[in-house]
Structures are given as structure tokens and as C-alpha cells.
Design a protein around this ligand. Sequence first.
Ligand code: C2E
Ligand code: MG
Length: 476
Amino acid sequence: LTYAEPGKVFGQEELSVLGRFAELASLALQNARKYTEARRLSERLAHQAYHDSLTGLPNRLLFSDRLQQALADAERRKQAVALLFIDLDRFKLVNDGLGHSVGDLLLTQLGERLRRCIRRTDTLARTGGDEFTMVVTDLTDPRQAARVARKLLGALRQPFTVAGYELFVSATIGISLYPTDGRDADLLLRNADTAMYRAKTKGRSTFEFFSSAQNSAATERFRLETQLREALKHGEFVLHYQPLFDLRTGKVTAVEALLRWNRRDPSNITPASIVAVAEESGLIIPIGNWVLDQACAQQGAWRRIGYPPVPISVNISPRQFAQQDFIGRIASTLRNHEIDPHLLRLELAEALVMRDTVAAARTIEGVHALGAGIAIDDFGSGSSMLSYLARLPISAVKITQPLVKQLVGTPGSLMVIRSLVAFAHSLEIGTTALGIETEQQLEIVRQAGFSTVQGFMLGRPVLPDDLIRTLDPSAR
Ligand code: C2E
Ligand code: MG
């Protein structure tokens, strides 16, 4: 009533109109609330209809819709789509052994982990008890699908903690590609399923493409990666040591540690490919740490048996070098084995040092500050700048093998190398000629003025026990 004009009150008629308004307003409000509730309910029902209640991931219905959509888009935009069929390995054992409630909790965590691996535009669905499917769109290269598969498998590598149990779950993945392996959803699903079964026969925790064309490269590499991981776990790696000789005195000035895989079933995979696969997959970090530790342990063992100290050179890969705690790791390894830092030398590829010069320089300074040596490996394989290296505390450069080979029979290159060697020596940087296989090569690198040589002719990479004969002629 206070809303009436000043000095006036509402009349009976006005009051009844106002009352009507109030009724209508309250009715409208009630309706609105009901409407919102109804909308929420229908949204919730729709979400339930289209999602798996356990993991919250899309279910089969929504997946099939998204897949159709993706295929239609891909057809229009002339793009490829990958369909991944993901089957958990031996999941039944968890359900049977620990009960369904543990199984359910595990699936919830697992769904969450897998979800974190995917892009917003891709769809990952739970389509069965221990079965997931995924559609990867906008593919420009089938290798992208392999990368996704690797990522998913990688996400499962760490154990899950469920109800006090530590559980390991692995998966096997089959991949089919649109349009090469099928143009419709049914065929693509069938083919991904076939690929998955084939993958299972080759071992768990792996993936396989439906078409053989894709398989050879991507999956072989992945299998090798898995084998390398196992090899590291089972202690199948060993280090061989190859001596470097002083060209004037003939004495051993250092030994280079080289990674070897002591496989039960021998293969002809080269150390360089092992290192390349390890680098790509990130496995080089644990392998590299092992190498470093092993080399320092060897140094300690030689000291204990009263051996004249000889520096060990360890090859360092780009990923290792880029690690945040790289310097810390070197320092702690030296400390753990009580090794004089001067007895450790790190070999860094030329390309690595040149690529990111500021950060590289900082790390090199850090290594130098510890007292360990730095050699630039494969020098002369790229656009090297010795003048740049002059500003870094480098102890040696190792001239790449093709350059050494070229020396024989090309007088011009002898002149170039000779001045390079002289320049390095003027900066007190040692020079190593790598890959000496013949007397002729040895002679020419002597003429070029190199300080040290390394090569099969003078000493192959061997196990530590065999090296003793080279280091100590009296032991021969
Ligand atoms: P690299 O550092 O240039 O090592 C020297 C390579 O030359 C070794 O190959 C050695 O066996 C080979 N070599 C030595 N003398 C001769 C010779 O007279 N003739 C010929 N043909 N070859 C000779 P290897 O052991 O196969 O290693 C290949 C590459 O793999 C190494 O090249 C290095 O880049 C990498 N590598 C080896 N071990 C490790 C490691 O522990 N960590 C890392 N990150 N890389 C490693
Ligand atoms: Mg090397």
C-alpha cells in the first residue's frame, strides 16, 4: 500500500488488479522453476543415456554418433580418421580376484587417466566392460594415430592404487583408418577389432594397425621400445669400452663407454638404432642414467683393484642433456661412487651443442664447474663453428668418421683438417680422430696433427675384463 501515490491509498479495484498480478507473477515463477527443473532432469537423463555411469565417458550410443559425424566431416574435408579399439589385458582377473567393486573403482581411475591423454576434439568412449573405443580426427599422417596409442599405453604404465591394492593394468590396441581400411563405421570397428586381436597374439601392452602398410614401421618401433624397457628392467644392457690412444706416446688416454644390448635372442640391431628409439620414446633418460652410473661404478672397480686411472667418456643424448637436474645427476653419481670428476668425460654431439647455444653453454659451464670434461662428438658433421666452441670450456673435439675417411687421397681436405687441428690445439682443445681402421688412415691423421686416435685397428669396444689387457700390457 505504500506504493500508492503520496497522500492516497489503493482503491478496491486497484487492489484486486494488483492481486491478480501477484498471482500471475507467482504462477510464472513456479512455471519457470518447474521448467528449469524439467530441463535439468531431461539433460541429466540425456547425459545418462549417452554416457557411461562409471567413468563418465561417452557410451556406445554417443560414440557411434560421434563416429558417424567424424566420418561425414572427414569425407567432406578429405581427411583421414583413426579408430582405436582398446581392450584391457586380463581385466577379468581383477574382477574375479578382488571383486567387482574394486574393478569398478579401478575402471573409474583408469577412465580418468585415459581421458587426460586425448584432445578435446577426439572422442574416447567406454563401449563394454573392459573395452574402450576412440576416434581420432583431423589426421594428416597415420603416425599420429600411433602416437595416440603409445600415449594411451604409456598412461597405463604406472600402477593404480585402489582400495589399498597396487594394480597394474595394461591394454592392447587395434587401429583402423578411414578411408583406407573402410568407409563405414561398422567395417572400421570390425577391422580395428581384428587388429586388436592380432596385437594380442604378439604380446600385451602393444598396438597394431589393421593394414600391414602402417604396421611395419610404427608398431615395430613400438615393440622395440617395449623390449628395450624390459631389457633395462632385466639388466640386459652392458657397457663396452673402447680405448683412445695418444698418437705420440701410444698410451691409452681415455676409454669410451658404449652401450650394448646383451640379448637372449641375438639380433642385428645397432647401438645407434637402440639409442635413436630410446631417445624418441624418452627411455634414454633411465638408460642414460644407468650408463652414467655403470661407468662410474666401473671406474670405482678399477680403482679398487689398483688400476692406473683412465678417464671414461660417456655419450650424452639430447634429452638427457636437456633435463632440468642434469648437472645434479652427474654430481650425485660422481659422489655416490666417490669418483674424481676429472675421470669422467661427457661426449655431446656437435648438433646438440649448436642447436640451443645459450642453454647448452650454461649446462656445459655447469659440467665444467664440477670438474668433469666435455668432448664434442661427431665434430664436422654439421655446421660447426670452432670459434664458438672456443668460448666454452671444451676439453676435446672428436672428428667425425666420414671426415677421417675422406682424408686419405684428398690432399685438400688434409690441409683443412690440419689447420682445424692446429686451431683447436691453440685453444688447448684436444683432437681425436675417430674410426681408424687402416695403417694409411693412421698415418694421415698423424700428419694432420691429431692428438688422439680411436678405431677398430687400434682397439675395438670390449668388455672391461678384456680391456685390462690393452690398458696394462703386462697383463697380456
Ligand atoms: P659415437 O659416440 O660416435 O661412438 C663411436 C662409434 O664408432 C661406436 O659405435 C664405435 O663402435 C664406432 N667405431 C669405433 N671405431 C670404429 C672403427 O674403426 N670403424 C667403425 N666402422 N666404427 C668404429 P657404436 O658403439 O655402434 O655406437 C654408435 C653410436 O651410438 C655412438 O656413436 C653414440 O652416438 C651412440 N651411443 C652408444 N652408446 C651410447 C650411450 O651409452 N648413450 C648414448 N646417448 N649414446 C650412445
Ligand atoms: Mg661418442
